[in-house]
Design a protein around this ligand. Structure first.
Ligand SMILES: [Zn+2]
Length: 101
């Protein structure tokens, strides 16, 4: 998977299409990403004790990595990634501006 933690991604499919957010976590095995503030669902938290109020909390749910594109920090466009290997260092490059990140 090309996406890493802390990447800014843009959603290209679904109800959050066009929105951007920071990647909080990835699941490389399942090919899923967790993006801050996106694909959230409301979870009703029940009161644990009597007299306590229940609350509704927004939790982000991970989504298919194929639903997002990385936003290039150089040109600011959502892009695909190409990999370059220089010696032992593997770097990612934007396919649009060719810039590394
Ligand atoms: Zn770029």
């Amino acid at each position: 998977m090309d996406i890493k933690k802390n990447d800014i991604v843009k959603i290209i499919i679904g109800k959050d299409k066009g929105k951007e957010g920071k990647v909080l976590d990835i699941d490389a095995k399942k090919g899923k990403v967790l993006v801050e503030g996106l694909n959230v669902y409301k979870k009703h938290k029940r009161p644990k004790k009597q007299g306590e109020k229940g609350e509704i909390i927004n939790l982000p749910r991970s989504m298919e990595a194929s639903n997002v594109m990385i936003k290039c920090p150089n040109c600011g466009k959502p892009t695909r990634i190409s990999h370059k290997v220089t010696g032992k260092v593997k770097s990612r490059h934007c396919k649009k501006c060719k810039g590394p990140f």
